[in-house]
Design a protein around this ligand. Sequence first.
Ligand code: ATP
Length: 221
Amino acid sequence: MKKEFAVIGLGRFGGSICRTLAQEGMEVLAIDIDEERVNEFSNIVSKAVVADTTDEKVLKDLGIRNFDHVIVAIGDNIQASILTTLILKELGVQKITVKAQNDYHEKVLAKIGADHIVHPERDMGRRIANNMISTNVLDYLELSDEHSIVELIASKKMDGKSLLELDVRAKYGCTVVAIKRQTHIIVSPMAREVIREGDILIVIGADKDINRFEKNIVDHE
Ligand code: ATP
């Protein structure tokens, strides 16, 4: 059966979630207190309604409890975001993802039991900053405060060397989980796999280990 999603708050973030889910063929109920925003989405999603989600009765009448996943993307009005999340929780919604505006907001959301809290502006800022610091880092995904998955470009220094020769795991404590080479991807490469300059290595590990690895693979002119 198709998963059913409800998205509350149709700003840039909630709107983008709605569009992507709809493009992927998901059932989406889009909700906003602002009629103009709702009208924008009426032809995009399965159903779009004008509602104030801080009203418990409204959420009950919408049958919100039956949705598989509810996303709260109310940004500026932190009070409305918290109250909506609290009501969704009390109504027994299975999975709730909430956009946090700041650290204080995030703390409260965690306390009231939001299943997943996202902080898109902060996370994207960190991601872009990390990409700017190193020319070798193409992309970066934070797994926890201390662990990440990073895409690194293989340098000239690594060219022609196998993973075993580079001794990535023993020397640096991180693992190359895949190698992107032009159009194909080598998943779980063997230790004998030879790296070529320009390969993209997908590396998982503790940030400090990845940093050490990255510093050592950079070509020093
Ligand atoms: P973004 O940062 O994603 O661009 P935004 O700044 O465009 O967000 P916000 O003011 O953060 O918009 O709020 C997102 C949406 O949530 C708005 O369209 C707003 O009308 C809606 N919203 C605010 N309060 C409620 C509420 N109580 N019930 C339903 N929708 C609400």
